[in-house]
Design a protein around this ligand. Structure first.
Ligand code: GTR
Length: 417
């Protein structure tokens, strides 16, 4: 076994395509040619071929626009981090308005004997009010009864409907495996993203936009993903009031559009100790400049409400972006970050997601975490953990499964417990 691995390291091919960062060992995952063919046939305008990825240069996460390089953790924290965050607000997700609002929390149902006595269920209403209007975010939470308190917690940004997070546990969905998390000593919570902002394009009239937006819409006004991320932070506000939850050990997690949201929530809100982004793809984990699978142009035309208006400038113009997604990941540093992909989900560009994580590592290092990753991707179904960052590519389709959660919890056992 050991011998094989050494051989694989020796066989590292290195960069085979100038400027695309393609690096491979014998063991590394690579897209199955059958899947590439099949997907290409179904969407001929989309690139799924690695050899057609254009050469690109990523912006240096540590250098500002005039090329000045950050060399200390202090400079990162005091200046560069804020600048990068602003670039994402301005160009990608948009800014949260400064409109004043009030919030209140109410536990509307509590059952100390949930999940066969293993957990306490709390159903919490988070009410946001402004100028006589209000909106309610429904948070469902299980706290493990037998584990040490306060407990570390997972918060799922649920983009698949409330049935997936059934408090009565009549429906048990792999999307939110409450029983498994509780058995491992974790609290597990979820809110339904549409409570914060329904996932449709209505010119930002409904949801939290309808409540907090004022005046004409600006090109850097927040989109729906930023609204969902903001909702995750309101759940964090509740956790800070709940003595059963360890506020220093809260993971925010999302799948696909929820995975894009988890990354932005972790960037905007440093109270999240761990960010998990599952198969988030374009506008999430994957590098825009690779133009592999879903592209900036495509996502803006299919989902015009997800991002700020400025982001539309970068459709078919990715090289003009002052950021790429490795810089988003660097905003999570030095906290923990897990990125995951699925073999059949080339739409979300697994390699682009891994490379994004890989290119964020210099910031984790600058911030003195023992973090490193090999440049080549790991084999399928073999998570790689490199200090505060982790990655896996699972076999199968675009989905969030117990198999993914188990790997996330293995990582959380290391970084949160
Ligand atoms: C797709 C979209 C992706 C991803 C996905 C999902 O249609 O193109 O960006 O977010 O939806 O959320 O399931």
């Amino acid at each position: 076994m050991k011998k094989t691995r050494n051989l694989a390291v020796l066989m590292t091919i290195g960069v085979i395509q100038a400027g695309t960062g393609y690096c491979q060992t014998l063991e590394s995952w690579k897209a199955s040619p059958e899947i590439v063919e099949k997907l290409s046939r179904s969407r001929s305008e989309i690139n799924y071929y690695e050899e057609k990825v254009p050469p690109y240069t990523l912006p240096d996460v540590l250098a500002d626009a005039s090329g000045n390089k950050v060399t200390s953790a202090r400079e990162w924290k005091n200046k560069r981090r804020q600048d990068v965050l602003e670039l994402f607000r301005e160009n990608v997700y948009g800014r949260v308005p400064a409109t004043p609002y009030t919030k209140s929390f109410k536990v509307v149902n509590e059952d100390k004997n949930a999940i066969n006595g293993d957990a306490t269920l709390k159903e919490v209403e988070i009410t946001i009010s402004s100028e006589g209007k209000s909106l309610v975010i429904h948070l469902t939470l299980f706290v493990p009864n037998k584990a040490k308190k306060p407990a570390p917690a997972f918060l799922l940004i649920n983009n698949r409907g409330p049935a997936n997070t059934d408090p009565a546990r009549k429906v048990k969905s792999e999307f939110w495996p409450a029983e498994e998390a509780v058995a491992r000593g974790y609290a597990i919570a979820a809110f339904y993203n549409a409570d914060v902002d329904p996932d449709n394009y209505d010119e930002f009239r409904d949801g939290i936009h309808g409540l907090l937006d004022r005046g004409a819409r600006q090109p850097d006004a927040w989109g729906t993903i930023a609204a969902w991320a903001w909702g995750a932070s309101r759940c964090m506000d509740y956790f800070e009031t709940d003595k059963d939850i360890n506020r220093k050990k809260v993971a925010v997690l999302g799948h696909s559009r929820g995975g894009k949201t988890a990354l932005w929530a972790g960037a905007e809100d440093q109270r999240f100790a761990l960010v998990i982004s599952n198969e988030s793809g374009c506008g999430g984990a994957s590098l825009a400049r690779r133009r592999f699978g879903e592209t900036v142009a495509r996502i803006n035309s299919s989902f015009p409400h997800w991002f700020c208006t400025n982001y539309k400038k970068y459709g078919n113009n990715e090289d003009a972006m002052p950021v790429d997604m490795h810089m988003l990941m660097s905003l999570i540093a030095p906290r923990a970050l897990y990125v995951a992909s699925a073999e059949e989900d080339l739409w979300a560009d697994p390699r682009g997601s891994y490379l994004s994580l890989y290119h964020s590592v210099p910031v984790f290092k600058l911030l003195k975490t023992k973090t490193s990753l090999p440049e080549a991707m790991p084999p399928m179904n073999k998570p790689v953990i490199g200090g505060n960052v982790a990655y896996h590519i699972r076999n199968g389709a675009h989905n969030l499964l117990v198999k993914d959660w188990n790997w996330f919890m293995d990582f959380a056992d290391k970084v949160l417990k």
